[in-house]
Design a protein around this ligand. Structure first.
Ligand code: ADP
Ligand code: MG
Length: 284
């Protein structure tokens, strides 16, 4: 056991006591822990750097650490998980953050099969507000999906997981790395076309909105090549029970051409967010 000092000078494992595992990903594990001096509960994501084989993966870990550090010091948004501090040693990165109690949006969709339009509208607006904030701050998430959208005790959205996040300088950088879940990946990503960044998040948001309203995914396939072919053609079926405003927004998000895709800021002005709770859900 080596000592990992937190910013407050305390040794991490002397300050926090593990309670249970909250989630597991490819390279990390998230634990529920208790601050032994205050009794406060926190979530701690531990990313094991020893599991990273190639330079690409090592770079992702480095980026996750630096984006989380920014969130611990400068960045903050009501719909993004609050990060308290980030500490790292040779082997692991530890991200200490607020514990979000309500679970994943993924589970909510599964439970209810699909979400009622008023609830979907409220949560989706919060997702877009969070995405708008990170884009305004020059960060792309690249792994937006319902597993990375948490719901807190007050039933508000908390976006998490900057494992594929990247800082981009306006208009400069062209990205080419494939990231995230294939079902949520944008056409420019699956066709390995160099991309600018933010529009890939908007595509994923389109898939999330579709999933919230229908309980299914717009793009599916028997295998990866088939799935990627469908995504690259941008062809999907819009169920008739979706209100016309919501269908219009999904169409603006799932635009094959990244240049035509709606931005997060423009999205917030979309009529679907202005239609009242009763008016559009009555179209079902
Ligand atoms: P990975 O990069 O492995 O996907 P995530 O950061 O997405 O790691 O965390 C994995 C899972 O752990 C999440 O999908 C969620 O279920 C849970 N989790 C992550 N952060 C928190 C948190 N702050 N509070 C509660 N649960 C969390
Ligand atoms: Mg995740």
């Amino acid at each position: 056991h080596h000592e990992i000092k937190t910013r407050k000078g305390k040794v991490l494992h002397e300050r926090y006591r593990n309670i249970c595992t909250l989630g597991k990903g490819n390279f990390g594990k998230v634990f529920l822990a208790e601050d032994m001096s205050t009794g406060d509960q926190v979530a701690i994501k531990v990313v094991d750097k020893r599991l990273f084989k190639n330079n690409d993966q090592k770079q992702h870990a480095q980026r996750e650490q630096s984006i989380c550090e920014e969130f611990a010091t400068d960045l903050m948004h009501k719909n993004i998980v609050q990060i308290f501090e980030v500490v790292a040693d040779e082997e692991c990165i530890y991200v200490v953050m607020e514990y979000v109690q309500g679970g994943e949006l993924f589970e909510r969709i599964k439970q209810d099969q699909k979400l009622a339009e008023p609830l979907a509208r409220r949560w989706f607006r919060e997702i877009i507000e969070a995405v708008c904030y990170i884009h305004e701050n020059g960060i792309v998430h690249r792994d937006l999906k319902p597993e990375n959208v948490l719901i807190d005790r007050k039933q508000k959205v908390r976006l998490c997981d900057f494992g594929f996040g990247k800082r981009i300088r306006e208009g400069q950088e062209v990205l080419s790395t494939y990231c995230g879940s294939p079902f949520y990946a944008a056409p420019e990503m699956v066709t390995a076309t160099p991309y600018k960044g933010p529009p890939v998040d908007m595509w994923s948001c389109g898939v999330i909105l579709y999933a919230m309203l229908t309980g299914t995914l717009p793009f599916q396939g028997d295998d990866m090549p088939q799935l990627f072919r469908k995504i690259s053609h941008g062809i999907y079926v819009m169920p008739r029970f979706i209100s016309s405003d919501a269908a219009h927004l999904i169409n603006r998000l799932l635009c094959k051409n990244a240049k035509d895709r709606i931005t997060a800021a423009a999205c917030l002005d979309h009529p679907w967010f202005k239609s009242s709770n009763s008016s559009s859900s009555s179209s079902a």
